[in-house]
Design a protein around this ligand. Structure first.
Ligand SMILES: Nc1nc2c(ncn2[C@@H]2O[C@H](COP(=O)(O)OP(=O)(O)OP(=O)(O)O)[C@@H](O)[C@H]2O)c(=O)[nH]1
Ligand SMILES: [Mg+2]
Length: 227
C-alpha cells in the first residue's frame, strides 16, 4: 500500500488499550451470540461523515421493509437526528450517543439490544459514528462489516485508511453520480480496496440514481440467509 509511511505516533498506553479492546471483544461475542439466538443478521455500517450511511439504511428499509423485520441502532456523537430519520418508517430504532467518543463499542450496543424487540427482528443495521479510524478496532457483535465512502471525500481516501477497509466484508464507493464534478476516479478507489483485501466485495454505488443498489440488496439478503 502507501509507499511512504509517516512516523508513527508514540504511545505509552498500549497495555491499557489492549485491555479495553479485549473486554470489548468479549462483549461483542456475547452480542453476536444473542443475535444468533434470535436469528438476526447484523450489519455494522461504518464510513466517514456524510458518506451516505443513513441514506443507505433508509433506502434498504424502503426496499426490504415489507419482506424482513428490520431494526436500527443509530450511533451519533450527540442528538437523535439520524434516529428520527429511521423512526419515521415505524421500525424499532435505538439512538445511541457516544459523546466525545468517535465510535460505538460493544458495551453501548449491548444496552441498545436491550431496548429492541429481538424476537421480532430479522435484520439489524447499526449506523456507526462517522469516522474512518476509531470504529476499526471495536467489533460490536455484527455479522457483516460494511464501509461506505463517497467520491467527494477524495479518491485517495481508501489508500489513506487501509486498516478499516482491511477488516470489512463489503466496501461501497458511493456518490458516483458526482464523481466528475469532484474530479474523483471511482475505479481507483475500487482498485485500492481490492489491493488492501483481494477477497473483499467492492461495489460502486449512487444512492441518488440507484446504480449498484441492487448488488447491495443481494449482499444483505445473502447475509440474512446465513444467519
Ligand atoms: N449526489 C449524491 N448525494 C448523496 C448520495 N448518497 C448520499 N447523498 C447525500 O449525502 C448527504 C449525507 O448523507 P447521509 O446519509 O446523511 O450521510 P451519513 O453518512 O449518514 O452522515 P453522518 O451520519 O452525518 O456521518 C445527504 O445530503 C445525502 O442526500 C449519492 O449517492 N449521491
Ligand atoms: Mg448518518
Amino acid at each position: 500500500m502507501p509507499e511512504k509511511i509517516g512516523r508513527f505516533m508514540h504511545t505509552t498506553e498500549v497495555s491499557i488499550e489492549y485491555d479495553v479492546l479485549k473486554e470489548n471483544a468479549k462483549i461483542a461475542l456475547k452480542n453476536q451470540d444473542l443475535l444468533a439466538k434470535y436469528g438476526i443478521s447484523a450489519f455494522n455500517i461504518m464510513g466517514a461523515i456524510g458518506s451516505g450511511k443513513t441514506l443507505l439504511i433508509e433506502k434498504t428499509i424502503q426496499r426490504l421493509g415489507s419482506k424482513y423485520r428490520i431494526g436500527v441502532i443509530a450511533g451519533d456523537v450527540i442528538a437523535r437526528i439520524d434516529a428520527a430519520r429511521f423512526e419515521k418508517y415505524g421500525i424499532p430504532t435505538v439512538g445511541l450517543n457516544t459523546g466525545k467518543e468517535c465510535h460505538l463499542d460493544a458495551h453501548l450496543v449491548e444496552h441498545g439490544l436491550e431496548d429492541l424487540p429481538l424476537d421480532n427482528l430479522d435484520l439489524l443495521f447499526i449506523e456507526n459514528v462517522g469516522n474512518l479510524i476509531c470504529p476499526t478496532d471495536y467489533e460490536l457483535g455484527e455479522h457483516r462489516r460494511v464501509v461506505i465512502v463517497s467520491v467527494s471525500e477524495g479518491d485517495d481516501i481508501v489508500e489513506k485508511h487501509p486498516l478499516i477497509f482491511s477488516t470489512a466484508h463489503l466496501i461501497i464507493v458511493n456518490k458516483i453520480d458526482i464523481a466528475g464534478a469532484v474530479n474523483a476516479d471511482a475505479d481507483r478507489m475500487v482498485e485500492d480496496a481490492r489491493e488492501i483485501n483481494s477477497r473483499i466485495d467492492v461495489l460502486k454505488m449512487s444512492l441518488k440514481t440507484g446504480e449498484g443498489f441492487g448488488e447491495w440488496i443481494d449482499f444483505v439478503e445473502k447475509s440474512a440467509a446465513k444467519a
